[in-house]
Design a protein around this ligand. Structure first.
Ligand SMILES: Nc1ncnc2c1ncn2[C@@H]1O[C@H](COP(=O)(O)OP(=O)(O)OP(=O)(O)O)[C@@H](O)[C@H]1O
Length: 264
């Protein structure tokens, strides 16, 4: 479904600041795969997400969706297939616009028609239904400015907006990391139900080891621009955080150097 073939990315080539961000990455996801991604600082996780979403192009290799080569397709043209939620609750939404206007913007994304801030009543009903499905009462605040919402509410809205136009792929970039534990748990639950209901092929970067084991059907571990371990559902279900960190150390030859790591 999603394929990365021999993808490599080097920053600042042939300078003292040269950094290998990705080294010959081979990653194939089946439809409906939910893959958690862990790794050390600077392992290449964000670069991987940026290359899939089209924020940057690889130096070599290609990215394919359903066998179509999208390597050179700009980010905005991929948005009909790919939704993304970032760590920063401010990143996915427009703070000075209302919830309803933000939803109208997400609705227009991926469509060729222009976007209008005016919301017709048929759309309003659709938006209200969608936002009710989050179960956190935002449907009664459709005219509230998004900047007034809490971080958790904004992430819930970002999640809804990222999946509004039925993308096939969902990229989650540490999307619960900036939230307090109870809000993070709420967003995790919403994520699981949206991914399941929409059968989204999902890649989720996380620093929470327990979450990386518990969620999804596959776990990949990155270090120094490489995927050093790829764990399937069968193996993942009995894995402990200790074993996971042990595996990392054994393969990479060093401890997981992640300054934001949460064990569980
Ligand atoms: N725009 C850039 N210019 C130069 N170097 C970069 C750039 N983006 C990333 N890098 C370097 O590429 C490597 C991979 O970075 P990346 O941000 O993908 O890692 P990461 O796994 O997301 O790290 P972290 O968990 O610390 O956020 C790092 O060495 C980083 O310093």
């Amino acid at each position: 479904m999603l394929q990365l073939n021999h993808v490599a990315k080097l920053f600042n080539p042939a300078t003292p600041d040269e950094k290998i961000a990705l080294f010959d990455i081979q990653l194939h996801l089946k439809p409906g795969d939910f893959v958690t991604v862990i790794g050390s600082n600077g392992a290449g996780k964000s670069t991987l997400m940026n290359i899939i979403s089209g924020v940057m192009k690889p130096d070599t290799g290609n990215v394919r969706i359903d066998n179509e080569d999208i390597t050179h397709l700009p980010e905005h043209r991929r948005s009909r297939w790919i939704g993304r939620v970032f760590q920063d609750p401010m990143a996915g939404t427009a703070p000075y616009m209302s919830i309803e206007e933000n939803l109208a913007m997400a609705y227009a994304r991926g469509k060729n028609r222009g976007f209008s801030l005016g919301v017709k009543s048929s759309k309003r009903t659709l938006f209200r239904d969608k936002i009710s499905s989050l179960g956190i009462g935002l449907e009664d605040r459709l005219h509230a400015k998004v900047g007034m919402l809490s971080g958790g509410e904004r992430q819930a809205l970002s999640l809804l907006m990222a999946t509004f136009t039925n993308p096939q792929i969902l990229l989650l970039d540490e999307h619960t990391a900036a939230l307090d534990p109870s809000r993070a748990e709420l967003i995790t639950r919403l994520t699981e139900s949206i991914v399941r209901e929409m059968n989204l092929t999902t890649l989720m970067v996380t620093h929470n080891m327990e979450q990386a084991i518990r969620l999804g059907n596959r776990l990949i571990m990155m270090d120094g621009g490489r995927i050093i371990l790829d764990i399937d559902e069968e193996k993942k279900k009995d894995l402990t955080v200790e074993q996971l960190l042990g595996e990392f150390e054994q393969i990479s030859g060093h401890k997981l150097a992640d300054d934001r790591v949460v064990l569980g």
